[in-house]
Design a protein around this ligand. Structure first.
Ligand SMILES: [Cu+2]
Length: 171
């Protein structure tokens, strides 16, 4: 007469259907010689606040163009992510000012934060260094049309669609 055993082999763990309770580290009370609770909370809140302010400044610093914006100049921000805006419209024959601002730091290994705005057909080749801006002037062509501007300094160069924009010259 065969007896039912829980396991064929003695070394196999027995399946009881119950999961063993996970071992938890014993919660030890804070040493009595430590800082009072309100002071620990205060230090924690201060650290959170300081980290938050630093992070916020980093974000705001990236959103704000370097240098004061010049009046009557078209503002173009450029970073590794591309141009902002990537569409510009000017009138034929108009004298155009573009303030080109690089939003990237010199820490970028690809181009060192330098960017370009070039239009081959118009002979334009504007370059701006990391976290700086510069105003460039040119005269729009007399004939309406669309021209592609590009940056060939970073991110795969002008073949990268992100590093391209369109200048539209209207009549
Ligand atoms: Cu670029």
């Amino acid at each position: 007469m065969a007896r039912r055993t829980a396991s064929r082999y003695p070394s196999e763990p027995q399946t009881t259907g119950r999961h063993p309770e996970p071992r938890r580290a014993a919660v030890r009370p804070a040493p009595s010689g430590g800082l009072p609770r309100w002071l620990r909370l205060g230090v924690f809140a201060t650290v959170v606040l300081v980290v938050g302010i630093v992070a916020a400044n980093l974000v705001i610093g990236r959103l704000q163009p370097p240098g004061a914006p010049e009046a009557n100049a078209l503002q173009v921000h450029v970073s590794m992510a591309g141009y902002d805006p990537d569409q510009l419209t000017v009138k034929a024959g108009q004298s155009v000012k573009i303030q080109l601002a690089s939003m990237d730091t010199s820490m970028h290994s690809d181009g060192g934060g330098w960017h370009q705005l070039a239009i081959d057909e118009l002979g334009l080749n504007f370059k701006v260094g990391p976290e700086s801006s510069q105003v460039f002037s040119f005269t729009a062509p007399a004939a309406p049309g669309t021209y592609t501007y590009y940056c060939d300094v970073c991110c795969g160069g002008k073949s990268n669609p992100a590093m391209q924009g369109k200048l539209t010259v209207t009549a």
